[in-house]
Design a protein around this ligand. Structure first.
Ligand SMILES: [Fe+2]
Length: 334
């Protein structure tokens, strides 16, 4: 690797790694500080909420990006499809990250998981168990809130339904869920919990970590009240488990500091980093045996669906088509 040799000979150069991150800087700072302490490698972070993969693409061979940090299988596979990642087969990483949370070709791997769960009104929902399938039951008529069916979080869940039930069954399910909606899909996950608080609906789909973000929200303390009005029900705990998605990392195609990037990726997969990272965003570590934070554990027991996340990714397009075909985002047809 001539570029690497050239780099190491430049006398006073500080060892560096360049991170393009869709994750907020304050979320990853504790990790990157720990990484620098351990290795002496300094991290430079470019943060944006969108367009980073496209930016690596546009920069081409001159891209300074070494690694891409992102959330959701949709965005990880999207980066792979754009051709801005490169495969890595690293025993250290493979040892720590479960196979179902890694790209079989090594282009990305998961660092944390988040479950897509049911937020249920404490006052108006008495049951302690739920399944995704029963969201189609007429007993929920006019009682369900959700964000857009085309959002990556929804697409992941619908793709998992296709993986378990096939396309035809999932289409029927999606139509029935649409007709149980209290309103047209609108807003983000937290807005659905707010709607439960306001009495507009009784249950909502949402990612687990938003419970933590609402419960600890000092900037907007009203969100603590939204959170207090709901419980989390983990769907399908008695069978296949709850749908989980990942936050993950990919090695950039033209990583100029490839060796340092691999060191960072190995560090992120390590037990030490796993618990820091997961706790920081109220997520679950992917490392088998590593515990979620106390707050996250207080929401109940997650049994994750172990279907390969890559398979979920491959079904994204079909899921998106179904959302359009049934007009999910138009809300109830009757
Ligand atoms: Fe989110």
């Amino acid at each position: 690797m001539s570029a690497g040799i050239f780099y190491h000979t430049s006398a006073s150069a500080q060892e560096e790694v360049n991170i393009y991150s869709y994750r907020a800087p304050e979320l990853i700072k504790p990790l990157l500080d720990a990484f620098q302490k351990e290795t002496g490698i300094k991290s430079n972070v470019v943060f944006a909420s969108k367009g980073l993969a496209e930016r690596i693409k546009a920069e081409g061979e001159n891209s300074p990006a070494d690694v891409l940090l992102t959330v959701d299988i949709g965005r990880l596979q999207g980066a792979e499809e754009l051709g801005v990642t490169q495969p890595l087969n690293d025993p250290e990483i493979n040892k720590h990250i479960p196979a179902n949370l890694r790209d079989p070709d090594g282009n990305w791997f998961g660092l944390t998981t988040r479950a897509r769960v049911i937020y249920a009104s404490r006052d108006r929902v008495k049951q302690d168990k739920v399944t995704y399938e029963e969201l189609a039951d007429p007993k929920w008529k006019g009682r369900i809130c959700t964000r857009s069916g085309q959002h990556v979080y929804s697409i992941g869940l619908i793709a998992s339904m296709i993986a378990h039930h096939g396309e035809d069954e999932t289409k029927k399910w999606l139509e029935a869920v649409r007709d149980n909606l209290a309103r047209k899909p609108t807003g983000n996950d937290r807005a659905q919990v707010k709607a439960i608080f306001a009495g507009e609906c009784d249950i909502a789909l949402g990612n687990t970590y938003y419970m933590g973000k609402m419960q600890t929200n000092e900037k907007d303390p009203e969100q603590k009240e939204w959170a207090a009005s709901v419980r989390i029900l983990f769907p399908n705990s008695d069978d296949r488990g709850s749908h989980v998605n990942i936050s993950g990392v990919a090695l950039a195609k033209y990583a100029p500091h490839k060796e340092n990037a691999i060191k960072l990726m190995e560090f992120l997969a390590s037990p030490e980093a796993q618990s820091i990272y997961a706790a920081q965003n109220f997520e679950y570590p992917v490392l088998p045996g590593a515990k979620a934070s106390e707050r996250v554990q207080s929401w109940g027991n997650l049994k994750p669906d172990t279907v390969a996340i890559d398979q979920i990714g491959d079904l994204r397009k079909k899921a998106s088509q179904l959302v359009d075909i049934v007009g999910f985002d138009n809300g109830p047809a009757n």
